[in-house]
Design a protein around this ligand. Structure first.
Ligand code: GH3
Ligand code: MG
Ligand code: MG
Length: 293
């Protein structure tokens, strides 16, 4: 895929010069000629990198950089300042505001490409590490810490908007037997396939995480009691009817599910929600497993 560059400069000639350099590399370039348009353009165009002029009327490059670094969607896009301001104090200010690097005007073609590529290499490593810090290595769903953090975020959002929030705990039935009979590697394959079922069954906005071992948590923002019950019932039945293929063999498993739904008038805390979902899960186990409570 082509590298996407958002180019910001208030001077037409500078833009043309830089565009020539970037288009030579087959980069996809979107240009913006004033500071206020940068944040909306960045959200819309989703660039891999932003080349940002400092001296512009209205919002200057420093102001724009500050705005970008405060924005949830844009804060990790590397910003390279392109500037005629070459005093040490100017560069210091740009870097302190979160700019990744700077290029001095008049620009040199080889230097521009080298600095862009260095920023892209950094970003690639950053993304990989961030993914590793957020996701469970085996199943690809969120890890325990992220699941709880995202539940907290949704809890605050639900409170502010006065909407429902559900937390669901799912635990595989007699999973120890799967490991004991077919081995841990097979057990791992089952866990991965189970997560695919979960992902295929819930809505895009729902959040799946590995609570621990063979227990998974799902956060359902803005959901009615009927809908959360029917989605969980569908999860339960999709697991029960799925043929889990481990090597040449196919096996069947079931899972038990506990739901805690908080309406806007409930005063449950985030921790209460986990506690009640867990209680419901254990009731599902006690009542014979392979059921939703
Ligand atoms: P129950 O119906 O009461 O939930 O029975 P169970 O056997 O599923 O429950 P238990 O908690 O006794 O056992 C869970 C098992 O899950 C034990 C553990 O070895 C296994 N397990 C946990 N994490 C992993 C993993 O990452 N891979 C594999 N293969 N097994 C795991
Ligand atoms: Mg279990
Ligand atoms: Mg368990």
């Amino acid at each position: 895929m082509n590298v996407k560059v958002l180019l910001v400069d208030d001077n037409q000639l500078n833009i043309r010069l830089m565009e020539d350099i970037l288009l030579d590399e087959n980069y996809l370039v979107h240009t913006v000629m004033n500071g206020v348009e940068v944040l909306p353009a960045a959200k819309d165009f989703k660039p891999d990198i932003i080349l940002l002029d400092i001296m512009m009327p209205g919002l200057d490059g420093y102001d724009v950089c500050r705005l970008l670094k405060k924005d949830f969607d844009c804060k990790n896009i590397p910003v390279i300042m392109v500037t005629a301001k070459t005093e040490g104090s100017d560069i210091k200010k740009a870097l302190e505001l979160g700019a990744f690097d700077y290029i001095k005007k008049p620009v040199d073609e080889v230097e521009v490409i080298a600095r862009i590529q260095s920023a892209l290499r950094y970003k690639e490593n950053f993304d990989r590490l961030q993914e590793m810090a957020m996701k469970d290595g085996l199943t690809g769903v969120y890890n325990h810490a992220l699941l709880i953090e995202l539940l907290g975020k949704e809890y605050i959002k639900a409170k502010r908007k006065g909407t429902n929030l559900a937390f669901v705990m799912l635990d595989i039935d007699y999973f120890k037997q799967v490991n004991d009979t077919y081995g841990h590697i097979s057990g791992d394959i089952v866990l991965k396939q189970l997560c695919s079922i979960l992902q295929d069954t819930v809505r895009e906005s729902d959040i799946i995480g590995r609570y621990g071992g063979e227990e998974f948590g799902i956060v359902f923002p803005e959901i009615s009691p009927e809908d959360v019950k029917s989605i969980c019932e569908r999860i339960r039945s999709n697991i029960e009817t799925h043929s889990f293929s481990i090597g040449a063999r196919n096996i069947n498993i079931t899972a038990s599910i506990g739901i805690c739904l908080k309406t806007s008038s409930d005063t449950l805390s985030k921790t209460d929600m986990i506690k009640f979902a867990d209680k419901a899960l254990y009731q599902a186990k006690d009542n014979g497993r392979n059921r939703v409570v």
